[in-house]
Design a protein. Structure first.
Length: 325
């Protein structure tokens, strides 16, 4: 069973060798590697080409696509997915790396259970520390969709092996321009259509939290517009596709988080423009939110209670809230 791995590469020369070696040394062999050079200006692609010479047995299974200029990870992933020919697809970020049995374990589970999606645990790694993340996700796709929307399950595509036909049959691809929440914009639609999920309760992926240049490490201000765009995308999707009250409530909880982000980091112009799009949450939604930080809750709570001064002040108290949360 052929698996396609899509690996966007953009200025990751510090990490890409470790990533590529971990992929080329997979125990499972029936893999198509699709690298998308997203306009790198550093030595990343030279390192990749050198490694291709060091692993000649892999060379014929490697596809390299190139953008003349940086278009963002959403476009890079879209390009890779459009060229994929595998029965299953998975994404790997070029600053991360994987265990030798990463694909083998996921494929074994997919074949055993006839899965549309296979999920695994992962490690967060920092400069001097590695932490294991145990997911224990729901095997029910409906409940998994809710977990993705509320943030109780990480939305990363890199720990989820997905049947290719789900993407093709339902035209599910990254949205150009949504380079934060690009994973979330894809996986919530995948889970809407998925029928069978299986889980590998072992960490198979090393997720890099120490790269200061990664999208996930960028300033919170740059997260505001993508969060609002994701909210709009999900609203439009569920306006056209039947979903129950639980799913709509899960999306509302995402909007609580986006509202907190906007209140704490947005400019006056941002708040004036985007808060109406998110709609004012209810007190119950703020209090019951399972994942947002305490200082987000404080800011949104006072926004709901129409106490703008305290909402603004919460931004300056964030260091204190972080220390005790």
């Amino acid at each position: 069973m052929l698996v396609s791995i899509i690996i966007p590469v953009y200025n990751s020369e510090k990490y890409v060798e470790r990533c590529v070696k971990s992929l080329f040394e997979q125990k499972y062999q029936d893999i198509e590697f699709i690298f998308v050079d997203d306009g790198s200006t550093d030595n990343s692609m030279n390192i990749l080409n050198r490694l291709l010479d060091e692993y000649p047995a892999v060379k014929e299974r490697v596809v390299i696509l190139s953008h003349a200029e940086n278009k963002g990870c959403a476009m890079a992933r879209l390009e890779g997915m459009k060229h994929a020919t595998g029965e299953y697809l998975i994404q790997v970020d070029s600053d991360d790396y994987v265990t030798p049995d990463y694909i083998e374990k996921l494929v074994t589970s997919a074949q055993k259970y006839g899965s549309d999606v296979v999920v695994c645990d992962y490690f967060y790694f920092h400069d001097n520390r590695i932490d294991r993340k145990v997911l224990n996700p729901s095997a029910d796709p409906h409940e998994f969709l809710i977990q993705v929307l509320t943030g109780t399950i990480h939305n990363g595509l890199w720990n989820k092996l997905v049947r290719h036909n789900i993407f093709k049959d339902h035209d599910i691809y990254p949205i150009p321009g949504i380079n934060m929440y690009d994973d979330k914009s894809v996986i919530f639609r995948v889970m809407y259509y998925a029928k069978r999920i299986s889980y590998v309760g072992r960490p198979l992926y090393y997720y890099n939290k120490s790269n200061p240049h990664s999208v996930s490490a960028q300033d919170k201000i740059t997260e505001i517009v993508p969060a609002v765009r994701f909210s709009k995308l999900a609203d439009e999707f569920f306006a056209e596709h039947t979903a129950d009250e639980q799913v709509h409530e899960a999306l509302n909880l995402f909007k609580v988080s986006a509202t907190g982000l906007l209140l704490l980091y947005g400019s006056r112009e941002d708040k004036k423009r985007y808060l109406p799009e998110l709609r004012r949450p209810t007190l119950r939604q703020v209090l019951k939110h399972p994942t947002i930080p305490f200082y987000y809750k404080i800011a949104v709570l006072f926004y709901v209670l129409h106490i703008p001064f305290v909402t603004s002040a919460a931004r300056y108290l964030m260091p204190l809230f972080r220390k005790h949360s």
